[in-house]
Design a protein around this ligand. Structure first.
Ligand code: ADP
Ligand code: MG
Length: 339
């Protein structure tokens, strides 16, 4: 692991534009670009191509796919499979689609790898928080909710794809993984349309495709306390990058910041980091691991990342230090001119 002093951080800090966190190394290449609000996030599709007609078609198919996934997995849509589980899986086993089953299985593996830091049953506590109304749940309500958090109480049977909640009060939410999964599916759709130089960016959770593995994309990591400054540029190709931050959904009360990444052991917002950026082979994995590292805290989180093959992380700690995993040691060498 590599440690930077805050002073090095300041040297790298540079003005940036919120909308241009993802850049291609050849800014003048012809491209088709389209943004759409999906999953309550601005999703931007960028395809390096001169064929706008075909690119538009591919993007429209990708958008339809993301909408389908949202309808399947959203905990806010009453007809989704996840809402059905939340209503009925504590009463009787519920059969789900192959797709939902597989994603729940991946979520379970990430819970195991992170010692329960990532846990979709965080929801029983998560639903007590309302960041718009700025309500802090009572200790009593939180204690009761935390007693129902445990991914091992979600029984999964692969032979009939059934899910059962073994504990009363269990609720699940895929907010820490579904967006990444939707990006992966969109990437697959655009690839199938024959494109080999493109990116899908769902509000910072993104996947960038490059022909021949050249790292032609640059992902800007923002300063968690200054929306207009970037801390670093990560060169990527055929990889996912996702960031979890305490600045996305939060409120401040009596000088304390309350945000949407929940520590499953306390039901309270996780402490120790301002932001966590993870590189991974798949977006669902980057998405969930960023949440997991945030909950584990900088040191334990970094340790977990070092054990995951093909994954790297950059953590901004709550006292402003930057931690980098081994594979990001050459990060300083990235050219930052002209950004
Ligand atoms: P964003 O959706 O802003 O990219 P993150 O990727 O950082 O957010 O994930 C935060 C979301 O994950 C929360 O809004 C919530 O839905 C869910 N979540 C919060 N805490 C946990 C946790 N400990 N385990 C799993 N999911 C969580
Ligand atoms: Mg996440």
């Amino acid at each position: 692991m590599n440690w930077w002093l805050s002073i090095a951080l300041c040297l790298l800090a540079m003005p940036g534009h919120t909308a241009e966190r993802l850049q291609h190394v050849s800014p003048d290449n012809a491209r088709y670009q389209h943004s759409e609000v999906l999953m309550t996030t601005d999703v931007t599709f960028t395809i390096i191509t001169t064929d706008d007609v075909r690119a538009k078609q591919a993007v429209q198919q990708a958008i339809a796919e993301i909408r389908r996934i949202e309808a399947l997995l959203s905990e806010w849509q009453p007809d989704s499979e996840i809402s059905r589980l939340n209503r009925s899986a504590a009463t009787s086993p519920q059969t789900v689609s192959n797709e939902t089953y597989r994603l729940l299985d991946e979520a379970r593996k990430i819970s195991e790898a992170s010692d329960g830091a990532f846990d979709i049953t965080f929801k029983s506590a998560g639903k007590l928080w309302d960041f718009r109304a700025q309500t802090i749940p009572s200790d009593e309500a939180l204690a009761k909710a935390v007693a129902a958090i445990d991914y091992r109480q979600v029984a999964m049977k692969s032979n009939d794809r059934s899910i059962q909640f073994l504990k009363e009060g269990t609720q699940i939410g895929l907010g820490g993984i579904a967006k990444g999964y939707a990006v992966d599916r969109a990437v697959q759709i655009i690839r199938q349309s024959g494109f080999d130089e493109f990116a899908v960016n769902a509000g910072g959770d993104l996947y960038a495709v490059s022909q021949g593995n050249q790292k032609l994309w640059r992902v800007g990591v923002r300063n968690p306390r200054d929306d207009s400054a970037l801390l670093a540029l990560l060169p990527v190709a055929n990889a996912a990058v996702a960031t979890s931050g305490d600045y996305e959904r939060f409120f401040i009360r009596n000088g304390r910041r309350y945000h949407h990444i929940i520590n499953p052991h306390t039901g309270m917002p996780a402490e120790g980091s301002m932001s966590v950026t993870v590189l991974a082979p798949r977006t669902y994995l980057a998405d969930a691991l960023a949440t997991a590292v945030f909950v584990l805290g900088p040191e334990a989180g970094m340790q977990m990342i070092e054990e995951q093959s093909g994954c790297e992380a950059m953590v901004v700690t709550e006292d402003g230090r930057i931690l980098l995993s081994t594979g990001l040691n050459d990060l300083q060498k990235v050219p930052v001119k002209g950004q």
